[in-house]
Design a protein around this ligand. Structure first.
Ligand SMILES: [Zn+2]
Length: 317
């Protein structure tokens, strides 16, 4: 009997449990508490078809929904130092990191992709909330710099999609340094004269909201997304006042001028294509450029002999 109970039964149980259906076939909508079948939910871009609540979406699904035909090339991000502070709270940070890597199949909480949207080339950096809350450590900073440099190298606009709880506490000061670092990344795109658009997804808080996520030429947000720096409870406890309804929600921020547009997920791709078209087409349409060219030519044409002599002198000395 011992052999049966101690050896055979566990073996059989192990076999049976492995073939069990996955637990997450159904998901409860946080908005209306209806149970949603995962296939229907994914087919509807993870938007509840009962109440239109926008559930969180992973980075890969996000990239697939944005690029033409769901096709894109992933840009490799340089490998960051793992657990630079050898940090440990209840668990080692290295262990948490390995778990997140096993769960998501990615090195860190960011994906950088190059592809086309509406036929025009775009570089997109998307944060993944499933990976340690989309928190920003050195690797995420590296990802944004990589995205910015890729955008500059190929002369394409950059889009950042944020979904993050903020800085990665386990990397201490190094995670805070990613705020200026990602700001510089955005500056590089701007200095190259390329558009930089941000899509704020739920949630965008802490150090991410205090850096690259708030620096877009145009700032879009998904309906109902929580966007802010400190959490509601922390603010209420600090100022000892209750905050208005909808505080830190995308719609509230749009009404108060922080966000330009709240765009439902089904319209996000088309809206981005339209915006990119407007932002990138502008210089070609602009009239002043041809008008100034003849003026410059005339001015140049007259002093050429004198100027040439002076230039020659300069070269000799
Ligand atoms: Zn719902």
């Amino acid at each position: 009997m011992n052999w049966l109970t101690n050896f055979v039964r566990p073996r059989i149980q192990a076999l049976v449990s492995k073939t069990e259906v996955p637990e997450n076939l159904w998901e409860k909508c946080p908005g209306c508490e209806q149970m949603l079948f995962h296939r229907e939910l994914d087919a509807n871009l993870r938007v509840c078809h009962h109440c239109n609540h926008h559930l969180r979406i992973g980075a890969e699904a996000r990239l697939k929904m944005l690029f033409d035909g769901g096709d894109f090339a992933l840009i490799e991000i340089p490998k960051a130092v793992i657990d630079p502070l050898r940090f440990r709270d209840r668990r080692r940070y290295g262990e948490r990191l390995r778990d997140a890597q096993a769960k998501t199949g990615r090195d860190d909480a960011i994906m950088v992709a190059d592809g086309t949207m509406g036929g025009s080339r775009v570089v997109v950096a998307a944060l993944d909330f499933d990976f340690l809350g989309g928190s920003m450590g050195v690797a995420v900073g590296d990802g944004l710099l990589t995205a910015a440099r890729q955008a500059v190298a190929v002369g394409a606009p950059m889009i950042a999609v944020s979904a993050s709880g903020g800085a990665r506490m386990q990397e201490g000061i190094l995670s805070l340094m990613q705020m200026p670092r990602t700001t510089i990344a955005v500056d590089e795109v701007r200095e190259a004269g390329l558009p930089y658009i941000v899509v704020l997804a739920d949630p965008t808080t802490g150090g991410v909201s205090a850096s690259f996520a708030m620096l877009g030429d145009v700032t879009l947000a998904e309906p109902g997304a929580i966007i802010g720096f400190a959490g509601r409870r922390v603010i209420e406890e600090t100022i000892r006042e209750s905050l208005p309804d909808g505080f830190q929600r995308a719609e509230y921020l749009r009404d108060h001028g922080v966000v330009d547009m709240v765009v439902p997920r089904h319209q996000l791709r088309d809206t981005l294509i339209r915006l990119l078209g407007l932002l990138t087409a502008a210089p070609k349409v602009a009239e002043p450029a041809p008008a100034t060219e003849p003026v410059v030519e005339i001015v140049d044409a007259e002093p050429v002999p004198g100027k040439g002599a002076r230039d020659g002198d300069g070269a000799q000395s």
